[in-house]
Design a protein. Structure first.
Length: 443
């Protein structure tokens, strides 16, 4: 009885509890854990300051509560500690809701523009477009779960949550992290599918791309299975009231996933460098194309930053607050990956719109070409129209060309001599780049 009174007096001060009408009664299980852990943390029973600041005590107490008490009893103890130690009642939930909503809107707009550019310019969607659309739909679901988590209290300290909120939050967290693994793999495969489409005559490069796709698919599948079954039984991840449940080292699993993701990002960046550098382009254009492919490196940078937020993942005693950084960086990592995968198609759309406006301006009164075509003149070839030898043509995607012409794809030029044979100008998706005939690429 003396020990019980001392604990009640020191750890859960009667005076402080009287000042806080909302302070709950503590269960015998919680009091038992306090009695066991305070001496082990080398704090005296009358040193409240030591007990409030001691991280070892917090870890020992949390471990005891998870092993022996219910989630509700842990929440009640956390509330009492907050009152006794005068802990701050901070809230990042509204920030998260705003950020995740903005990510959904922005990435959705980019994916819609990507699909529109392919559908209206090329009249069909490629395999990578369908994969990217699926990834975006799944990403919206994941971000929606993150928003729902914030509405239930994710972004607040554990002691600020309502009764039963932790189970709801962790169930949505579990679903979201599984979707994250799948979406990241899909986005990377969509980028590699894009490589396959625009480099159709590079046999060795294509074999390397196929090998990378297999590597990413196997890695994504492995991590997905481990993530789904990280706890036994599976519901133990979000319901710690299930006795006898166990989980793998969640922190190690998170690090393995991030490390694998960084390796995959580096492969995607490095793969096209040799092919781009061997193209028949001047150095400036090579750097321009290489930079566009290297933009995928931003996803790698986000993955590295996200690694820092994993330090306390799986070991936190205040997960509703401590897991906010890793959740934010996870959402941003997916967003950046989706944005980077859309950039080539968006560049195509921008150049297409620019070319349309430039052509309209060139055909307007006072700007139309008169007389014969010279090397510096600009004409527009229509389907089946024969250009004059040495003329310069601003050609729209899908036009059919005959005769020797100087073709302008967007704002970049290439000299092409089809020797009178009809050729088809086809969008590659790189943006302003086009294929003339079957073997020549206009970048």
């Amino acid at each position: 009885m003396k020990l019980l009174r001392a604990l009640l007096l020191i750890l859960f001060s009667a005076i402080v509890q009287a000042q806080s009408q909302s302070s709950p009664d503590l269960s015998p299980c919680a009091l038992s854990c306090v009695a066991q852990t305070v001496p082990a943390a080398r704090c005296s029973l009358d040193d409240v300051a030591c007990q409030c600041k001691s991280k070892p005590l917090s870890l020992l107490l949390a471990g005891c509560m998870v092993a022996n008490c219910t989630m509700q009893e842990s929440l009640d103890l956390s509330r009492s500690q907050a009152v006794t130690c005068r802990l701050p009642f901070e809230d990042k939930s509204q920030l998260m809701i705003g950020l995740f909503t903005a990510v959904i809107i922005f990435t959705s707009i980019l994916v819609i523009l990507r699909l529109a550019s392919k559908f209206f310019i090329k009249k069909q969607l490629a395999a990578e477009d369908n994969i990217a659309a699926l990834a975006q739909c799944m990403s919206i679901v994941s971000n929606t779960f993150a928003i729902r988590m914030a509405k239930f209290g994710f972004g607040k300290h554990l002691y600020s949550l309502k009764d039963g909120a932790m189970k709801t939050i962790f169930l949505r967290f579990y679903i979201g992290e599984n979707i994250y693994v799948a979406v990241l793999g899909l986005v990377k495969i969509s980028i590699l599918a894009f490589y396959l489409r625009i480099f159709q005559h590079e046999t060795r490069f294509r074999l390397a791309v196929y090998a990378t796709i297999i590597f990413i698919a196997l890695g994504t599948t492995t991590i997905s299975v481990l993530t789904i079954f990280q706890c036994h039984p599976v519901p133990y991840f979000w319901d710690k009231d299930l006795r006898g449940g166990t989980c793998v080292d969640i922190n190690a699993l998170a690090y393995a996933n991030s490390g694998l993701s960084i390796v995959q990002d580096l492969l995607i960046i490095v793969l096209p460098i040799r092919v781009v550098w061997m193209m028949n382009l001047d150095r400036k254009k090579k750097w321009s194309v290489a930079f566009m492919f290297a933009l995928g490196g931003f996803g790698c940078i986000i993955s590295i930053i996200r690694l820092q937020s994993l330090l306390i993942f799986g070991t936190s005693i205040d997960p509703s607050w401590d897991y906010v950084p890793v959740t934010i960086w996870t959402v941003l990592e997916l967003a950046v990956a989706i944005i980077c995968s859309c950039l080539p198609a968006l560049r195509t759309l921008i150049i297409h719109i620019y070319t349309r406006f430039a052509s309209s301006f060139a055909r307007s009164p006072g700007n139309s070409d008169t007389g014969n075509s010279s090397v510096n003149s600009r004409t527009r070839l229509r389907v089946g129209e024969r250009g004059r030898n040495g003329s310069t043509a601003s050609v729209g995607m899908g036009a059919y060309l005959m005769a020797d012409v100087h073709i302008e794809c967007g704002r970049l030029d290439i000299k092409w001599e089809p020797s009178g044979e009809v050729r088809h100008l086809e969008d590659t998706g790189v943006g302003g780049e086009c294929l003339v005939g079957t073997n020549s690429t206009c970048m």
